[in-house]
Design a protein around this ligand. Sequence first.
Ligand code: PBG
Length: 328
Amino acid sequence: MNAGFPVARPRRLRRNAAIRRMVAGTRPHPAELVLPMFVKEGISDPQPVASMPGVAQHTLDSLRKAAGEAAEAGVGGLILFGVPAAKDAVGSAADDPDGILQKALAELSADLGDAIVIMSDTCLDEYTDHGHCGILTPEGEVDNDATLERYASIAVAQARAGSQVIAPSGMMDGQVGAIRAALDSAGFSHLPILAYSVKYASAFYGPFRDAAECAPQFGDRSAYQQDPAGPVGEALREVRLDLDEGADAVMVKPALAYLDILRQVRDAVDVPVAAYQVSGEYAMVEAAAANGWIDRDRVIMESLTAIKRAGADLILTYWATEVARRLP
Ligand code: PBG
């Protein structure tokens, strides 16, 4: 064979760690990670979530400690989910000023100030006895417009308690506009909305329903969340509507199985795009690693790198604190 053949040798840029480091184009940074956290009312010790090893339902005290650790590690934000002691048909605890999430928001904002961005998930499924993300009609359907009034009230309660970003996740039509209007008239025009714009009816949410105790008691969420096989233009339409209604940033969820959608959204908009690496994505890695079947730490970094490469500016991940500590 001729000396000098082949001319193109991509391996030249892979020869050693120094050169690979220099040319690496995708570097997750702690500031772009967001840690989802669960706080439960009426427990005296944190409760491990069986299907999410390493994740707990927190008490107010353990939440403050874990949130402080995330801030210390340089994690950019956290997003809080409340698990109330009592549920009812309209999710009354969700906008109760003394509700668990509002208490948690107040304590964390007093503790942490602006050391980390404190966000709140705005939805009803953790608070309703039927486990759906909205108010039901007598026929048992989720009533879109009645639910919007609840979301508006919940968002204002969260804002009053100290939430710094409102993140509506219920997939009702018009939810961003309804929340924007309510926040503005309550004096919170400065608070951003991170819209869960593209949210699929995904089996990857399974473990979350243990963590947030919100499995629907009948039916499923496919009448409001997107069909994984749905029209390909649907994701972009949802994003466009949310931006028209005033969303400041948008989200795609889940992450790894929807990287194509994430890339389309990233290319289409001029606002930050978040991706949510959801409970099932976490659980699969932890379960395989516990069996010794994969290299846990490398799989975590590889999946986060892939999500970033596909276009995420922010990544919600249950590994946020651990990964932030590990990043250079
Ligand atoms: C709804 C909500 C869900 C998740 C975040 N917000 C559950 C659902 O839609 O069923 C799932 C997150 C995860 O699986 O990690 N409030």
